[in-house]
Design a protein around this ligand. Structure first.
Ligand SMILES: *[C@@H]1O[C@H](CO)[C@@H](O)[C@H](O)[C@H]1NC(C)=O
Ligand SMILES: *[C@@H]1O[C@H](CO)[C@@H](O)[C@H](O)[C@H]1NC(C)=O
Ligand SMILES: *[C@@H]1O[C@H](CO)[C@@H](O)[C@H](O)[C@H]1NC(C)=O
Ligand SMILES: *[C@@H]1O[C@H](CO)[C@@H](O)[C@H](O)[C@H]1NC(C)=O
Length: 476
């Protein structure tokens, strides 16, 4: 496949959090494609081994005394009565010379907080905020349709782990830098900043230093998580900085491999009756084969767009958000939830309670100029497997953006040997999805039936069952 085309596809993958309508995504996709294609071509033309980037170097560690107490959230506006767990949030400076600070939100467990593991959560993008994960997916609260009050999420993941939501890199959500050149960034800088954040955060919350540590996230976090994990493991080995007790990672509908993603997407659209056999064939014989025909390829890509129409590609069976038409309780998921979150997080009283400076919060950043992004992180994932940590992929099976086929094709490239054969896993007497274990079940693939891209938003019960299994290290 022509490198240009691969890159085009590569950049059309981005953007992951749940916003209000399909159109916003498509516009951003197009923008990213055009804007970034040219600039990144050089970086990836050779698809050079990205693993050289991870060498040990000590990071900045600032004084943290007293900051934990200052970060304690007394109460979020509109929070329901009877909240029985502690929450903290604030900034951690990762570069004092630049005035660069990352925002975090920690939700501890109501019971057994002191023994439950620490789970770092990352939304994707690149450039999307993990507060979207906190407020519309797996966090303890969801914003109600009144945009002012919160209700308890009974499927919140903080009853099995203490969850650290991190907005990274600076320029995302409440995270910022006083030096605008820091917004020219990419995968490598993001991993380093996130690592520096963790080392400093553990000084602020030293009780978490020896705790079992996991990282989970979705979409473009399929790039963030392996690269950050690799940096952690290298520093554990070589450094004299805080050792981080990384046990495993879980990546949902994750973008890990640019090459298979392309084929996977069109296979999925065909098998889910969105595109015709003719379009599928047209794409494969004009866009993918050695003989690349630019104008025919373009023609078929347009046909794909037309066929998708206004389907929300991140959950092909989801209803659309129609603003102003509320009052109809959604069957399983409120497609307007992104709007409620947006209004809530931009309320001055909410920002004050979160200890952030008053600012416009956006679920995905438009400040960032993304410079590096490896076409595949499979080599990094291989290294992680060699280091012994658990690597789990999960996948909502109604997402067409980074569909189940994408993850399956990527795993296939690793050529792992099957340990536990593909089987249906059960949740409340129904099939929750399917699971397969590879390589002594160190590498696991789990589908979540009926879930879109942001899995816990669509299938909260099944998602909770999944994360519980992951943290126990037992297949569901
Ligand atoms: C950024 O600049 C503001 C205004 O000077 C200052 O209050 C803030 O502490 C700076 N941020 C960091 C992380 O140093
Ligand atoms: C808390 O930990 C204790 C001791 O490990 C265990 O028996 C109990 O089931 C745990 N409770 C919850 C709600 O996790
Ligand atoms: C956590 O919440 C889930 C979903 O409500 C529930 O099924 C589970 O029993 C809870 N687990 C613990 C340890 O409290
Ligand atoms: C270990 O830390 C000390 C003090 O911070 C530093 O001087 C030294 O260079 C570090 N060692 C390595 C191998 O980086």
């Amino acid at each position: 496949m022509k490198i240009q085309l691969l890159l085009l596809i590569h950049f059309s993958m981005l953007v992951s959090v749940h916003c209000s309508s399909g159109n916003e995504y498509d516009m951003l996709d197009r923008f990213l494609k055009l804007k970034r294609l040219k600039r990144l071509e050089m970086d990836h033309a050779s698809n050079k081994d990205i693993t050289d980037e991870y060498s040990y170097s000590p990071v900045y560690v600032g004084p943290q005394d007293g900051l934990k107490d200052a970060d304690k959230i007394s109460e979020l506006p509109g929070q329901p009565d009877g909240t029985d767990f502690d929450q903290y949030s604030g900034y951690v400076t990762v570069d004092p010379d630049h005035g660069k600070a990352l925002f975090y939100y920690l939700t501890e467990s109501p019971i057994n907080s002191s023994t439950n593991p620490l789970l770092l959560w990352l939304n994707g993008g690149p450039g999307c905020s993990s507060m979207a994960g906190a407020m519309t997916e797996l966090g303890p609260f969801k914003v109600n349709a009144d945009e002012r009050t919160l209700s308890r999420n009974i499927y919140a993941w903080n009853n099995v782990s203490n969850i650290l939501f991190l907005e990274s890199p600076p320029g995302v959500g409440f995270s910022y830098s006083n030096t605008s050149s820091d917004y020219v960034t990419g995968d490598a800088k993001t991993a380093k900043d996130s690592f520096t954040f963790l080392v400093n955060w553990l000084e602020r919350f030293p009780e978490y230093k020896p705790r079992d540590f996991y990282i989970a996230g979705q979409s473009y976090a399929g790039h963030y998580i392996p690269q950050l994990s690799k940096l952690i493991l290298q520093n554990n080995e070589n450094g004299n900085q805080t050792r981080i007790n990384l046990k495993g990672i879980a990546m949902g509908n994750a973008y890990v491999d640019g090459e298979t993603q392309y084929i996977a997407k069109y296979d999925y659209l065909q098998a889910h009756a969105i595109i015709s056999d003719e379009i599928h064939k047209g794409i494969f014989s004009n866009c993918i084969q050695e003989a690349y025909h630019a104008s025919l390829c373009e023609y078929y890509l347009k046909q794909v767009e037309a066929a998708k129409s206004n389907i929300f590609i991140y959950d092909i069976y989801a209803p659309l958000c129609v603003p102003g038409k509320n009052g109809t309780p959604p069957a399983r998921f409120d497609p307007c939830s992104g709007n409620y979150m947006n209004r809530y997080l931009n309320t001055p009283a909410v920002q004050k309670s979160l200890h952030v400076k008053e600012m416009v919060w956006k679920s995905c950043s438009d400040l960032l100029d993304w410079k590096d992004m490896p076409l595949t992180v499979l080599p990094v994932i291989k290294d992680l497997l060699a280091s012994g940590i658990s690597v789990w992929f999960y996948s909502g099976d109604t997402d067409a953006r980074i569909p189940v086929t994408s993850t399956r094709y990527a795993i296939k490239k690793l050529k792992p040997s099957v340990k536990t054969q593909w089987y249906p896993w059960m949740y409340q007497d129904e099939v929750g999805g399917y699971a397969v274990g590879y390589e002594s079940n160190q590498l696991v693939f789990v589908t979540i039936r009926g879930a879109g891209h942001s899995v816990p938003s669509y299938q909260p019960g099944r998602a909770h069952a999944f994360i519980t299994s992951f943290l126990k290290g037992e297949l569901p």
